[in-house]
Design a protein around this ligand. Sequence first.
Ligand SMILES: *[C@@H]1O[C@H](CO)[C@@H](O)[C@H](O)[C@H]1NC(C)=O
Ligand SMILES: *[C@@H]1O[C@H](CO)[C@@H](O)[C@H](O)[C@H]1NC(C)=O
Ligand SMILES: *[C@@H]1O[C@H](CO)[C@@H](O)[C@H](O)[C@H]1NC(C)=O
Length: 448
Amino acid sequence: MKLIFSVILLLVIKFAISAANDKNKTFVLTTEWQQIEEGQILPSGVHVRVNLQTGKKEAKLLNNQEVNENNKIKGALVNVEENIYEASWKESSTKNKVKISKTLSEALKSLPKDSLGIEYSPEKLEQIKRDFKTYSELKESYKNLQKEFRSDGELITKLIDEYKNLSKENEEQPITLKTKINTQLRILEDLDYLVHQIDNALWFIGKGGLDEILLPLVVNETNINLRTKAVRLLGALTLNNPLAQIKVFEKNIGGYLAQILISSEHSEELSSALYAFGSLLRKFPLALQRILSTSGTQALVAVLAKKCELKVKAKSITLISDIIVEKKLVISNYAYSDSPSAAAQYAELNLQEWLHLSGFCETVDSLVSSQLYELLEQPDLTEYFAIGLENAAEICESVWSKSAELRHTLLTIKNRYMRTNNEFHVEVAQQIEKVVKILYSLNHRDEL
Ligand SMILES: *[C@@H]1O[C@H](CO)[C@@H](O)[C@H](O)[C@H]1NC(C)=O
Ligand SMILES: *[C@@H]1O[C@H](CO)[C@@H](O)[C@H](O)[C@H]1NC(C)=O
Ligand SMILES: *[C@@H]1O[C@H](CO)[C@@H](O)[C@H](O)[C@H]1NC(C)=O
């Protein structure tokens, strides 16, 4: 089973290498099967198969008909503006790239430049060499793996069996609890990679993976590492995958995720739960209605109020903000189109009332007002908050426009960032300025 783990590593390293080379290796999807070249990055939500003649992997888009059929099956999911999430994903991945090089060079700037002008610490160089070595080794194991398994489906079935075998008593070869947990973690990790592909995710569910592996882990598991990994797998399973979203929704897993968001104190677990929650809810008005009108909104607001890392809170406000934007987009795009029922479903989402009842506006006010120094130091998080504030301004205007502390915090950050020479800081300052204008300019124009 080491082999399978290797494949994941291979993919991770491939990603790292292609990002580092800064070559354009994004796989351009079409509705025809195309070979996946080495180092290419696949988006989620695609068909993947191994071409048995060439032994190479191929991928293609779901065609529109399939997408439509998927959606029609229960009429539950809406095909929102295809690209809003992809767009924000791209944006954030470009940013991450910038960030990575920034931190690398910042961390190492005390070292003398070598003749290429590349600043790497000796440890980093060692690591890069190690990675490259592993990379060529992994390429070999991956070839062997392809021979061993004809398809990802076989691989998934085998992983599920292996997982189930772990809970059977084996008197000849009893295993320790630690070994068992480590094996479970490894299997979940392998599956996490595999289920990013739509077909694989559905295969996993069809083989009982949801009922026999994920549900018990999410609901009853006491080991936090296992629970966190399972929740993350759930997110991968449902990301951009309407049929999987429906299956997961039908098991009431949204309610369990809300429970985790309310009760957990661990940043890592909260972060996974937000990822899974977002994957489950996006573009799925029925789930949004059922889950957010009950404990869901309260759960998201609870994260903003608890003692956990600020970046987790940034994720929570971003999810709320995405949902507000999604509703607006669908209503404006579908009201006069041939799919008015989508707009009608979204119109019934009473986000304003749910957010007010959960104390969202007050919570965000005191959170942002109390985090001035953290926000000054973390412009990337500040940007998430600024975008969240802008998108929720309509809902919270009555509270936020009266808050002197919030206004002071926003203006201080804006002024500080505006005065730097850093392009990104200035961008964030401009984003904050937009929020300030919406909230305060009508009444206090001259004070700005
Ligand atoms: C990079 O790939 C994208 C498709 O993913 C394409 O739209 C774009 O034009 C490419 N850019 C360059 C510089 O080749
Ligand atoms: C699971 O156990 C059965 C019988 O105990 C065995 O035949 C099978 O090979 C095992 N599967 C895996 C993947 O370990
Ligand atoms: C969780 O544990 C309870 C009590 O042992 C059990 O009744 C329930 O079926 C379990 N739930 C899942 C999803 O495994």
